[in-house]
Design a protein around this ligand. Sequence first.
Ligand code: AMP
Ligand code: ZN
Length: 814
Amino acid sequence: MDIEKQIQNLRNELNEHNYNYYVLDSATISDYDFDIKLKELQELEMKHPEFFDVNSPTQRVGGEVTKNFETIPHEYRMYSLDNSYSKEDLLDWETRIKKQIDGDIQYTCELKYDGASISLTYENGVLVRAVTRGDGFHGDNVTANVKTIKSVPLRLKGTDYPHKFDIRGEIVLPYEGFNKMNEERIEIGEEPYRNPRNTASGSLKLQDSAEVAKRPLECLLYNITGSNLGISTQFESLEKARQWGFKVPSAAKIANSIDEVLEFIDHWNVHRHELPYETDGVVIKVNSLQQQEELGYTAKAPRWAMAYKFKAEQVSTKLNSITYQVGRTGAITPVANLEPVELAGTTVKRASLHNADQIEKLDIRVGDEVYVEKGGEIIPKILGVDLTKRPSHSKPTEYITTCPECETELVRQEGEAQHYCPNYNGCQPQIIGRIQHFVSRKAMDIDGLGKGIIEILYHHHKVSNYSDLYFLKYDEIEGIRMWLDNEDAGFKKNGQLQVKLGKAIYGLSQGWGNLTRAHSELIAKKIKKLQDVFDISEVPDGVDKRKFERFVTTLKKNLFKINLQEYFSFDHYVSFDLLLILKFPSSSLSLFGDNELEELNYIDEALLLNRFYTDKRFEDFIVKVCDRNRVGIQSLTAKNILKAIEISKSRPFGNVLYALGIRDVGEVSAKNLVNHFLTIENLIDASYDDLVSVRDVGESVANNVMQFFKDSKNVKIIDRLKACGVNFEIKKKKIESEKLNGLNFVVSGKFTIERDELKKMIEENGGKNISSLSKNTSYLIVGENMGPSKREKAEKENIKMISEVEFYELLKDE
Ligand code: AMP
Ligand code: ZN
């Protein structure tokens, strides 16, 4: 038999087994035999690269690595869905659509799968692209990763599929696989994943597709989109999709009235818990595609479909404390810290309380038993308080009046719900947050500058605003380091670090009995303060007696030597100073005056003390006490950061303006502003009327822009950025000609200019941009990081590949 035929037969056979197992859930071959055949195919393909096929079952094992996922437009927009929560909502919907449509309406009822939405494009029966939903207009190209999902057909069955279509669905991670992944993680000491949906969508963005291949993801399909599909109802499209080899759950049903829809909902509200994957509702769609077309879309969702959300699960738990977070803009967000509780498959510890009004409205108090709900969103909601369980001495919550980070008095603007810390230039989370925003992907896109690194730079006075980034020198940043806060280890009060009792005991015992972590925690459970260990009459249950006694003996000896009154401690916490003194009571600490000790609020400085001790365990002790992460800037990191900062100087002006972090100036308004004003000078000089005349710029954006430039500090920062070569103008390069008339281009990868700009140049010179490679593609312009599958396809189709520079050559005058 000829080799090509043999390869083809093996591929067909393996595809069929895959389909039976992953789509129909019925195995037709043993794993072992499957592997043998797969190996055989792999070997043949290796020996005969001329028969390579990107959609061979051997390609499912992955291996392609994607560094940056290419953003590509959806040919057909991916809409969201309107939500309903009751029978009334559904009847209202029916009334609305009946106004627009004559005749009877049939509905298709489907389950609403809770995962990551995906759009698959098939051409001539072959999978060519898989794109995430993104913002509905553009998504990320995750084809390499999606190919590894076995229930996604790489090649369709039958022959009656449309020549080209998109099919939409949801990538889910069934519970069983999710739990197994978590068991493995726990075994190697990693935090388990929090829920299947996030894990599924996270999986799609993994760089190494071989990693994705290992995850038991599934793809459930629900919608076919395209033109000339030859299908007349939604239900029919589901059946067709099933015939072509897609996994389409069998729950879908036709309903002839809203009453029948409600029967479907009632049934699945109970039985959904028997399904192997998460569902969060039902989607009801007008069955006739003709009627769908008549109904059309709102700005956000189809009028012909409606999601019905199942009621979210609720639990009650105790509110332990309320803490306040300061955001980049100075906005204060109160956070409820809850007694950890299991809810809808995840552990909930925190919930947002939004603002002061919300706290007042709920009359929520520390110590209350509260109801928590987890809907689709990641952050759980507090619905209310169980007043029957309120402690008798409880007092209403008093909202803070000063900033928890810098103690500046908070302000609240007329008509705004949020309190703000006005200390724009001196409040650490605001400063750090602004720099974080500045370097983020859609802003200056400076890779490698995570929050931790920014904190180190700030702590060492290397940066106090984002313009300082451009003045960093290798020698000044290489090797600097600090300890990052770890909220479970302790907190700072008046500049003093307070360490959790369990950690304190664990750290102190190093060298004095070497208690284990678990035993240290058991002891901490029995006492409130460190000195209470004297009062424990017996060794706490489960704690090693000999070790405990050694620890207590040394501790006692040292405690007697110092005046405890001087070292105030909170219950369940020990001040860091006290720990140092206890550890080395007779040592050179007396070398330091009181003031110097006070400055030990950063452990890094405390480590300087290390020089005065010969005790090798000192550093170890500190690490164990604080259980903090010591981070530093290593040589390679320093180099990469500086390089990324340098590259950022060529970011387009629109991104730079967005990066400045002017309140309410998002990506879109930044783009509109720069296109209108062209230079920063024009923008700074713009009047209120000039500003509001710009598309999509409203009152508040205009005011914020004016306010921002009124602050001379901001103008100075911009001057510094400009002096370093950051881009503050739009360079218009309009070359108009007919040089590219009749030529079709596909552009792929990254270029020195924005891809959209390149596309514009093509059009301005008479060329045409097309979205995918075909026989009538004249040129493929190859950028950095273009996927290998594109190259293969271009080679196969004999399409000319040129570089960006070669493209510019095409535009040159002879
Ligand atoms: P939402 O994100 O709440 O606007 O809901 C819309 C999303 O529901 C879509 O983007 C799909 O990803 C998802 N979805 C899940 N199951 C279905 C289904 N059977 N039909 C349509 N959309 C669905
Ligand atoms: Zn502040």
